[in-house]
Ligand binder design. Structure first.
Ligand SMILES: CSCC[C@@H](NC(=O)CCC(=O)O)C(=O)O
Ligand SMILES: [Mg+2]
Length: 368
């Protein structure tokens, strides 16, 4: 496959409503899309870095810069570029997994479209639809939280995740459990907001029969998570800490987690995400697919990944309308609490040119 060039597009897409986490409030997405142009097909990749370096060290403008300044010249100079080679070609550049994932997934999409293979088939999907959950932000009041959760349950979501932080944890969790009953699949995500000294506070969540507590401690504190797992009954799930298949193996060996949230971009791409899936499966550790408020481009790839065998818990792969009034692709719509895995070549979805133009704030072409 010969790449003729790469287009980087920046889009600004407003969120339907503010999304508050322990690290801030998001009201719009500053999105970077990568389009890899080849004679056979164009491939699309979504850079899912947050607007600012608050979830991880990466952010949209930084990803745009590192892709422009380092990744594209390196790829243009490579004798051969395939999706399987991208990580190796870019390996000299340290870090930037989210930016690398955007480039790799665009090359993979072009490759798969050219041969007519779907993302799901290529990755090893065993399902044609996946049950999905919804992530609910920190709210101004418990009453508003209850209304919001009720609305999502009415839409059919199979699992609810509540963002928590010190001062917003036990009370909202208790209210949701009491209002919606013991059958509700319920979990929480702290985005690293606690310390081991908060163990007793986190153990106060044990009576609510949560599926998991996601990333309670800082991303580099595997020892702390292992110690916490001996003080809290609820299973610990890691997100920000899992940056590769090797780090997943380390976290499992240290008993720092019992469940893993797989976000392909956080680990450098969908190919490494499959390796994380396989390492977790080998250790009997269930996984689920995390989300980064993706457009239909990233969402399509996540639905395909979530169809792999060890994705046994509902992921943060909501319908498009959870975040966007209008998506840039055909919207993903909830059906019986799940999303259908796209069956078309590559991602199986393509951005609508008119909507793409409407949300585009900048475009850059790099000829190879
Ligand atoms: C702005 S929060 C992004 C990271 C967060 N993602 C979610 O909560 C799910 C967001 C989604 O539904 O895409 C996480 O730490 O898991
Ligand atoms: Mg998380």
């Amino acid at each position: 496959m010969k790449i003729s060039g790469v287009e980087l597009r920046r889009l600004t897409m407003p969120l339907r409503s503010p999304f508050e986490t322990s690290f801030g409030v998001a009201t719009e997405r500053d999105i970077l899309l990568v389009r890899v142009a080849t004679e056979e097909a164009d491939g699309w990749g979504e850079c899912v870095a947050m607007n600012d370096p608050l979830y991880s060290s990466e952010y949209t403008q930084g990803a745009h810069d590192v892709i422009t300044r380092y990744f594209l010249p390196k790829l243009a100079a490579a004798p051969r570029v395939t999706a399987a080679l991208v990580a190796q070609i870019l390996a000299p550049f340290k870090g930037h997994p989210i930016a690398k994932a955007a480039v790799e997934s665009a090359v993979l999409d072009a490759e798969l479209r050219a041969v007519g293979t779907s993302f799901g088939d290529h990755l090893g999907a065993v399902r044609t639809s996946v049950p999905v959950g919804v992530s609910v932000g920190i709210m101004p009041s418990v009453a508003e939280l209850i209304d919001t959760v009720g609305g999502y349950l009415d839409q059919g979501y199979r699992r609810v995740k509540l963002k928590i932080k010190p001062g917003w944890d036990v009370e909202p969790v208790r209210a949701v459990r009491e209002r919606f009953g013991d059958e509700l699949l319920l979990q929480v995500d702290a985005n690293t907001a606690y310390t081991l000294g908060d163990a007793q506070r986190l153990a106060a969540l044990d009576p609510f029969d949560l599926l998991l507590i996601e990333q309670p401690l800082p991303e580099d504190d595997l020892r702390g998570h292992a110690a916490l797992s001996r003080l809290v009954k609820t299973p610990i799930c890691l997100d920000e800490s899992i940056v590769s298949a090797r780090s997943a193996a380390d976290a499992i060996a240290l008993d720092a987690c019992r469940i893993v949230n797989i976000k392909p971009a956080r680990v450098g791409g969908y190919l490494e995400a499959r390796r994380v899936h396989d390492v977790c499966a080998a250790h009997g550790v269930p996984v689920w697919c995390g989300g980064m408020l993706e457009t239909g481009i990233g969402r399509a790839a996540n639905v395909a990944l979530a169809a792999l065998p060890n994705f046994t818990l509902p992921g943060d792969i909501s319908a498009s309308e959870r975040y966007f009034t209008r998506d840039i692709t055909e919207p993903f719509v909830l059906r019986d609490g799940g999303l259908d895995v796209p069956q078309g070549p590559g991602l199986g979805v393509t951005p609508d040119p008119a909507l793409l133009e409407e949300f585009t704030t900048a475009k850059h072409w790099f000829g190879f």
